[in-house]
Write a protein of this length. Sequence first.
Length: 575
Amino acid sequence: MSEKKRPLKETPTPLMNTWRLVKLYWRSEQKKTAYFYLITLLILTLLLVAMNVAVTYWYKYFWDAIQEYNKELVFQLVLVFIVLAAVFVVTAVYKFYVQARFGIRWRVWLTEYVIDTWLNNKAYYYIENFDDYTDNPDQRIQEDVNLFVDLTTSLFLGVVDALVTLCSFMTLLWMLSGPLAIPLGSLGTLHISGYLVWIALIYSVVGTYLTHKMGKKLIPLNFEQQKREADFRFNAVRIRANAENIALYQAQDKEKQGILSVFNQVIDVTLRVINREKMLLYFTAGFNQISIIIPLLAALPMYFSKAIHIGGIQQISSAFAQVQSSLSFFVNAYTDLAQWRSVVMRLTTFMNKVQEVESTYTACNSDFKRERHDNSSVVTKDLTLQTQTGHILFSNLNMTFQGNRHYVIKGPSGVGKSTFIKALAGIWPFASGTVVLPENKTVMYLPQRSYFPLGSLREVLLYPSEQSVTDARLMSLLEAVGLPRLTTALDEIKNWSEILSMGEQQKVAFIRVILSQPDWVFLDESTSSLDKDNEHMLYQLLNTALPDCTVISVAHRESVADHHDEVVYLQALES
């Protein structure tokens, strides 16, 4: 039989872009609070700019008083400066505090949104098992969301500050400049009004252009650096999670080679980032240093002509610095802008991939239905299963599992027994046909290796339920499955998946089934790590504790059939 890969049906979804990512929070249920914080931050930013304008005027009066040897006025101006400095410090501190609190609120909301999108409609499952292009969702959720919020807020407020500062000080600088007369010989004289403003503008435009030319490669480099760092962290976590297997294989040298190879990639891209930032820093540092002397040189003609005093030079220098800094915002913030852009690219790429995977595999599974009926049976109708590569496992499978009868599913390895259980659970996307489940009956699916959440042993036993169970009940079940040593550890928080053996983990999984009390339970090789005596004990305990529960097991071991009423054989299709 030839293999034919069924094409995936893709449902178009609106792509997440920068603007959509930014506006999510501002259209959420928290938008009123968000705008309150924003308005407060804008008011504080305006107040800081006003304080800077006041300090600029203070420079003029103070240095003029120094030049005129006016001791009384100098000390009065010192007192004025103390007041201005105190107001500035209080405003700056509250701006930091409000911005930090706002960042936390935004991060909490956006993190919950991203997690909800990731976990919605099994997108996390499809990405992890069937997508080869989405790396490190943990980094997207933990690091990129945090960076996105922090950088978006700081850069936005930086732009606002630059614009307000520019408007405030450009007018002042224009008034302080006066006209510049440039003799042109026989052509007469060229008069340039507000010449200091033009100097600042030309200087900043040139600096911005050159900064962009030198720094634009930082955006892809930052993107690659974060990816390499996440890969390195993932490899370290993988070694920790598989420490026992690696130790048994005595493969630590092999793992060391692997993780150091990934780490060398981190160092390589980091060095490239450093070299690019070094080039950019050479320019920006020199650019900022030169900007100190330019206004002083430009103001000297007015000073030597006695049009201004030393205080005027100080005021011009301060105003020029503010205008030049505002116009050069892009220059000074280029590294942050490059990092922000790479963060936005990673987040939008991840969100788009989640939507794409969800819609793709949902559409792929459009020919598969899970229904409910009044009968006490599980029925498959024309069920066809295939692998991700298109290899057909079963075709038009029609089966009926009656309630209150126990079934064991057998078949050669690789035939698709576990895939069959996944299809019944509704998580296998490459399926067509119909699965009918009994109405108002709870169904539980138990994998070969159960998931153990981080937390106390009590939480592990109750997972995924949040029901309230007495200590006596939990202790009696631990003793019943042969784990009496754990009866005193119910509230101990440990990495139980590493502490308990595979056999002990399977015993814990049976406790979960008993506590959940399902009407139907599907066990996928759920006793494969236990000996026959423990296997017999667990099935007996399950039948005693849940006499009305229908048990369907997938197993290779012959002894499992002793605890079931009927054996179902799954055979591979002939090629």
